[in-house]
Design a protein around this ligand. Sequence first.
Ligand code: HEM
Length: 392
Amino acid sequence: MSKPAPLDKTLTLAALDRDPFPIYRRLRAEAPVLRVKALGRTLLTKAADTRYVKDTPDLFSSDDPNTPMKRAFQAHTLMRKDGAAHARERMAMAPAFAPSVITKEWMPRYEQIAAEYVARLPRGEVVDLFAALSGPYAARGLAVLLGLEEVTDTQLQRWSQTLIDGAGNFGWAQAPFAATDAAHIEMNALMDQKSDQYLRAPDNTALSVMLNADDPIERAQMYANVKIAIGGGINEPRDALNTIIFGLLRNRDQLEEVRRQNDWVRAFEEGIRWVAPISVSSRLVTQDTEIRGHFLPKGETVMTIQASANRDEEIYDNPEDFDVYRAKKPHQAFGNGPHFCQGAHVARRAVGQIMLPLLFDRFPDMSLPDPDAVIWRGFGFHGITTLPVLLN
Ligand code: HEM
């Protein structure tokens, strides 16, 4: 009979929020399967284990009722479904993510948006790129793809953050749910209005393809899954862009090489390996099992830490370094298995192919005047929250 995983009573959410990577390094070495009291969950920090869990949905379900997500979203979204129910809802949105649609429709729009947003940045000034570029660019791209172009960048970012705060409200406080409830009224009103339009004049946006499918899913699920994309489609491209800009500005030799070889997509992959925008995912154990000789009872929630998997010494040399030219190995920033990120291709192209070369072309001597002023935060989502850059 395998023994339970060790129980940690010292780790705090605040410490994981501030600077999780030294903690992950220690856990990979000392306790790769660890029950953490502060989280009420078992943390998995080794790449082989996080991949195994996500690739084995029969044993590790996405349908974890112990999270505030259902309450925050007022719905059981595709992210928390398994098997055929999940596949049906994922397929409903799939036409909007088809490679031909991305190439012919979204990329030309994203090029326009990127050009416009970069053009409005001032030259010779220190600017927080989080607020001035990365957030708004990610928001506008998402609004286009989802079919909600009327919404402003500010509004979409606010909805996104509200949903994230609600889904992460593990203390079940009242205020974050009051905020999500208010946001649902606004989002539903816009989607009702847009639905009438798309039923009359279909296009390839996510909302429209779901509404006009031969065998449509329920309207409430369409809205719920658009909201999943709102909650999970802005901050990752935004944070990825910030991380890569930071990584390249701190490693100018790499920046020069990337520029010379036009290796922006490679820089993108290394950026999200180095700091995975979605650091963790939860899965529910469906029957007694074990990992690395540790017993995991049915009903336990495991957290796969892909941010740690991406720095696993068993896979990468010098994993803590940002190194665009490291030996190519697959990373787990987009997840694995049936819930693999549906927006991966769009994000890679929007950030890697379009925004990075454009930004560094317009501001070739961009620099970080004070690297210590760059602030990193977050446990579930980890990224830069302030990125002051001198634009030249
Ligand atoms: C660098 C950018 C991005 C990263 C790192 C990222 C990461 C992820 C990860 C790790 C998951 C899996 C979560 C799990 O296993 O529980 C996921 C799922 C998802 N992502 Fe992304 N994402 C990015 C951009 C986007 C964008 C731009 C969109 C939409 C346009 C998007 C839409 C989705 C959707 C709909 C799912 C749920 C898929 C499902 O449950 O079947 N993502 N993403």
